[in-house]
Ligand binder design. Structure first.
Ligand code: CP
Length: 317
């Protein structure tokens, strides 16, 4: 297994099965700190720098919370418009990162341009963690998802995943790569204009993932152990920020998971994950069913970022 020390976390494409289990072990080890709402001194003397060029509630705050839980320091920006990268100067990733690397020991970056964190990693002497890049990837979210499924189902091998939503979404790319490392069968459902690209399908075939595409949730939900959701009423992830409009549109029934559908068609022990934020594809009354796991995902999001920070900064091997 490759060492995590000093490693950039940019994509799950190259991740091997054993690496997932190692990260899960470290997450299990560190989880009691977060569960007991304590802070430790594992990363005291280390500083996390968050460089967020796109809005975020969960990813930035969970990563910052993780660093606090490990006793480290945190600084950064959540709006590039308040930096030289986002004003008149439009400072390049290269020039920005040459500054940031002196201010912190690890950089967590979200950007609207696919590949921006990889570009940052080329110029940074400290590890860069991709916290979502355009329509590219979202590795820390999907590591959280896989960890949550592993904890909740007790395994990853032998599960059927139903993936519903906009397949351009960065989580869908990262989870495609992640699923390929396990004995998982995937069923994808999306509106035609948001479907998997031929190029990505070929990548999944090359990774030996077994998958199919169907048209509606109803026709496949009965076989699913894990229902993994994203909105189809979506922001444009290539924009730094998208203002809300009065008319966002509604999700067609084919891409919704409702309480009634779960009652009538789903496996009794199936679980629902959603990286959030949600629109109307997952009504709030599903939250009180035994299937919902997206709130425990939120807790696990802190634990997973604790594990990744501890690994890349060398507090765990
Ligand atoms: N799941 C996720 O990436 O949420 P945020 O956009 O709030 O970080």
């Amino acid at each position: 297994m490759r060492s995590f020390l000093g490693r950039d976390i940019l994509s799950l494409k190259e991740w091997e099965r054993a690496e997932y289990f190692r990260v899960f072990e470290v997450a299990d080890d560190l989880a009691p700190i977060a569960r007991n709402r304590r802070n430790s001194d594992l990363l005291s003397g280390k500083t996390l720098l968050t460089a967020f060029y796109q809005p975020s509630t969960r990813t930035r705050l969970a990563t910052e919370a993780a660093m606090h839980r490990l006793g480290g320091h945190v600084l950064g920006f959540s709006d590039a418009k308040m930096t030289r990268a986002g004003d008149f100067y439009q400072e390049s990733i290269k020039d920005t990162v040459h500054m940031l690397e002196y201010y912190g020991d690890v950089i967590a970056m979200r950007h609207f341009q696919q590949g921006a964190p990889a570009e940052a990693a080329k110029w940074s002497t400290v590890p860069v963690i991709n916290c979502g890049d355009g329509w590219g990837e979202h590795p820390t979210q999907v590591l959280t998802d896989m960890y949550t499924i592993y904890k909740e189902m007790g395994r990853l091998d032998g599960l059927n995943f139903l993936l519903v939503g906009d397949m351009r979404m960065r989580t869908m790319h990262s989870i495609g790569y992640a699923m390929s490392q396990f004995n998982i069968t995937a069923t994808f459902i999306s509106p035609p204009e948001m479907s998997l690209t031929e190029e990505f399908k070929q990548e999944l075939r090359d990774l030996n993932l077994r998958f199919r595409e169907v048209k509606t949730v109803t026709e496949a939900i009965g076989d699913a152990d894990v229902i993994y959701m994203e909105p189809v009423v979506q922001a444009d992830y290539t924009k730094s920020r998208v203002e809300t409009t009065q008319d966002k549109g509604l999700t067609p029934a084919a891409y919704k998971v409702t309480r009634e559908l779960m009652r009538d068609k789903a496996k009794p022990d199936s679980i629902i994950l959603h990286s959030l934020p949600r629109m109307d594809e997952l009504p709030a009354d599903v939250d009180a069913t035994r299937h919902a796991r997206y709130w425990i995902e939120a807790f696990n999001g802190v634990v997973m970022r604790m594990a990744l920070l501890a690994l890349v900064l060398g507090a765990r091997e």
